[in-house]
Write a protein that binds this ligand. Structure first.
Ligand SMILES: NC(=O)c1ccc[n+]([C@@H]2O[C@H](COP(=O)([O-])OP(=O)(O)OC[C@H]3O[C@@H](n4cnc5c(N)ncnc54)[C@H](OP(=O)(O)O)[C@@H]3O)[C@@H](O)[C@H]2O)c1
Length: 246
């Protein structure tokens, strides 16, 4: 039997993914950071008591990967302490938690990472904080961790690397799949799901929307990038096929 969740609460609704989810899930309750700062337990508790959701999608995060290296305290506060507050609040109210995580919990050397593969060692402080957040989310009695990766609707750089492999995609490609998973989260027979597309180079992804993008190599990046951070998505593909069959 199909169980569609209706009363959904979103953190991070003003973000890149959050904006897409708000458009895809009409009726979703998505307060701004001013109304609900996840680093403040009382904000989260009050908002959930008012909204009474059955599902909370936790997409709020400190996402500036370079900034996180120099602003570690701020990154930890939002990503780890904020997630801890969210977990306490959903646990106390019997709310299902959908936690948005990242491919960067993996090392990024061999690619094709499956949901149950060992995580780490992580490459940067942002990834460390997201890994800690994932583990906190798993404490919630009813939860699903979605690992994903996405770009804005347009490729944002003049160059793209031919030697970095990924299963990420544009946010308007990824978000509809995540929205579907959110609606059917109680039907997912797993606690972790990789929602992404096929493995390709960053250059191949960039060319889809920016045909004139210049090919480059990651030696130009100035930051430590993975060779292959792609996720195995067979679990999600099987589930999606099952859901779309009559
Ligand atoms: N972008 C990617 O490629 C990628 C890949 C894998 C996973 N993810 C994960 O996907 C989720 C969404 O990412 P995104 O790229 O859409 O992020 P984003 O555009 O940077 O948006 C982050 C959101 O978090 C909110 N936020 C930050 N601090 C907060 C706080 N203390 N309390 C409440 N809200 C707070 C922001 O609100 P303000 O706008 O008010 O600051 C914003 O709505 C994150 O969990 C991220 O780690 C992203």
């Amino acid at each position: 039997m199909t169980v569609e969740c209706e009363r959904i609460f979103l953190t991070g609704g003003s973000g890149r993914l959050g904006g897409e989810l708000r458009a895809l899930l009409p009726g979703i309750v998505a307060p701004s950071e001013t109304d609900v700062d996840v680093t403040r337990q009382a904000d989260v508790d009050r908002a959930l008591d008012r909204a009474g959701p059955e599902v909370l999608v936790h997409a709020a995060a400190y996402t500036d990967v370079a900034g996180a290296e120099t602003h570690r305290r701020a990154c930890w506060k939002v990503n780890v302490e904020g997630t801890r507050n969210v977990v306490r609040a959903v646990w106390a109210r019997g709310i299902f938690l959908v936690h948005i995580s990242t491919d960067y919990v993996f090392e990024g050397t061999r690619g094709g990472y499956r949901e149950d593969d060992p995580v780490g060692p992580v490459r940067n402080y942002y990834s460390l904080s997201k890994l800690a957040a994932e583990e906190l989310a798993r404490l919630s009695p009813a939860h699903l961790v979605i690992r994903t990766s996405f770009r804005p609707r347009q490729w944002p750089y003049p160059v793209a690397f031919t030697d970095v492999f990924t299963s990420q995609d544009y946010v308007d490609v990824i978000a509809p799949d995540i929205a579907l998973v959110i609606r059917r989260c109680r039907d997912v027979p797993h606690h972790t799901l990789h929602v992404a597309t096929e493995r390709k180079s960053a250059y191949d992804l960039a060319r889809r929307r920016s045909p004139d993008v210049r090919p480059g190599t990651k030696t130009e990046a100035g930051v430590d990038l993975p060779d292959d951070i792609s996720l195995d998505t067979s679990r999600w593909r099987e589930l999606k096929a099952q859901w779309s069959s009559p």
